[in-house]
Each structure stands twice: as structure tokens, then as C-alpha cells.
Design a protein around this ligand. Structure first.
Ligand code: ZN
Length: 248
């Protein structure tokens, strides 16, 4: 398929004009016009790009691309090496940040909820990105931690009483620890996100709402995979997700 066709499809599907984001969404680096093979990954790191090159990808699809607000705008050092690899090999880079977190079907939050058995019954927070809902089967905080470990293949950091029963939960993938206060106001038993900050520990202890830090990378693997599988089915192109291990 043609690159322009793919870009239009993804931009419309993810409704990118709806979001105020910290980076441009859509085609970030232009490569060849025709796309047969797409590699997806969480972050457009050099390791992912090299793996995509080996896989003969025409396009790379990621959640974390380039050109973040406030960063050094020069194309030097790490950024030069990444962009040079893409341009030297005519590989397109597509990046979708907040629109991919939020999408009701292919989004990181929707996909993570599905994986962990959370049933969404509402949204909250800025731009309606965060989800809240209930566990299909309520369980203790300790049991939920075990289930998350087994599903995400990474042990979460948990602040809270292990014996507390968890029924209502709010969640947001990635680094959404700053939304913990908003989650506490939703009257949930636990809040799950990727990363944790020092002050979250105190807020968890004092509110009684458990905090689960399940990994920024680990919680954001699933949206881009679902989106890649969708375009493979829809357009008959090859798609492969490549997981570049990241402990954070
Ligand atoms: Zn992220």
C-alpha cells in the first residue's frame, strides 16, 4: 500500500486533531512511498530501528517517537544517528502518542484493561485518557499483583495493604503517576500506571488507595501491537512487533 494511504487511515482512525500532545502525531520521518512490511515497537530507539532494518521494514510504528516539546531541537548525537538510519534506508517512522493511549479499541489503556481483566465503565482526567472500571473478579491486592506479574512478565511495585480487596480500579499506561490524586477522587480501590514518584507512596498510604507501578514499557506494549495487527488485516501487509526489553 502507499504510505499516504496508510497515514490517512491511521490519522483518521486515531482522531489525531482531537488531542493536544507533546509531540507531532502521524508520519514523523518520511521514507519510501510503498509499504509492504511494518515493524511496531514501544519506542523508536536505535535498537528497534536496527531490528526493523534487519526485518526489511518499510515503516516503523511506535508509541514514543521524536520531537518532544521542550527538547533540544538540533539533529545531533543520539537523534542524528536514529534519523540517519531511517533516512539512509528510506524507512518511514509513524508515531502516535496520546491518540494511541486513548483509542477505545486499539489504545494502550483499552488493551491493557483487556489483558488484565478490567472492565471499563468510564473515563476521567485531561482529554479523557484515563480509564476506570471494575475487575471481572475481585481479589486481594496481593493476588492482583501476582496476576499482573504473570501477564506483563514484570513484577510491579505496589504500595498498599496486600490483603485489601480490589474491586474498583483506575488505570493509565506509561508515566501517569501525576494523575493519582485525580484517581483517588474517583473512589477506586487501586490505581495502576507505569511509573511511580516519591510522593505517590505517601498519597497511597494516607488515602488508602493502592498504587500499582506496573512498568512504563510493560504497560505500553499492547496498543501499538493491536494497531499493527489491525493494519495488517485491513490492508494485507506484513506486521511484526519487536519488543526491546526495558526494565522501567
Ligand atoms: Zn509512554
Amino acid at each position: 500500500m502507499y504510505r499516504d494511504e496508510l497515514e490517512n487511515h491511521l490519522n483518521q482512525l486515531l482522531d489525531i486533531p482531537r488531542f493536544q500532545d507533546y509531540c507531532p502525531n502521524g508520519l514523523q520521518v518520511e521514507g519510501r512511498c510503498e509499504i509492504h512490511t511494518v515493524v511496531s515497537g514501544v519506542t523508536a530507539s536505535l535498537d528497534l530501528l536496527q531490528a526493523a532494518l534487519e526485518a526489511k521494514a518499510d515503516a516503523v510504528l511506535v508509541h514514543h517517537g521524536y520531537f518532544w516539546r521542550g527538547e533540544d531541537m538540533r539533529i545531533t548525537g543520539i537523534k542524528k544517528r536514529r534519523i540517519a538510519l531511517l533516512m539512509n534506508h528510506q524507512i518511514n517512522l509513524f508515531a502516535y502518542h496520546l491518540p494511541l493511549d486513548a483509542h477505545s479499541q486499539f489504545g494502550n489503556n483499552a488493551q491493557l484493561g483487556k489483558k488484565l481483566g478490567f472492565v471499563e465503565n468510564g473515563r476521567f482526567g485531561g482529554q479523557d485518557i484515563m480509564m476506570q472500571g471494575e475487575l471481572k473478579v475481585s481479589m486481594s491486592l496481593a493476588a492482583l499483583g501476582d496476576q499482573i506479574s504473570q501477564t506483563l512478565l514484570r513484577r510491579p511495585m505496589i504500595i498498599g495493604d496486600p490483603d485489601k480487596t480490589i474491586q474498583r480500579i483506575a488505570w493509565c499506561t506509561g508515566s501517569a503517576q501525576n494523575y493519582f490524586d485525580a484517581a483517588i477522587l474517583q473512589n477506586v480501590d487501586a490505581y495502576l500506571t507505569g511509573e511511580i514518584s516519591e510522593q505517590n507512596v505517601h498519597a497511597a498510604r494516607e488515602s488508602g488507595v493502592a498504587f500499582i507501578a506496573a512498568g512504563h514499557h510493560a504497560t505500553e506494549r499492547y496498543g501499538v501491537q493491536a494497531l499493527g495487527n489491525h493494519i495488517a488485516q485491513e490492508f494485507g501487509i506484513q506486521h511484526q512487533f519487536i519488543d526491546i526489553e526495558n526494565p522501567v
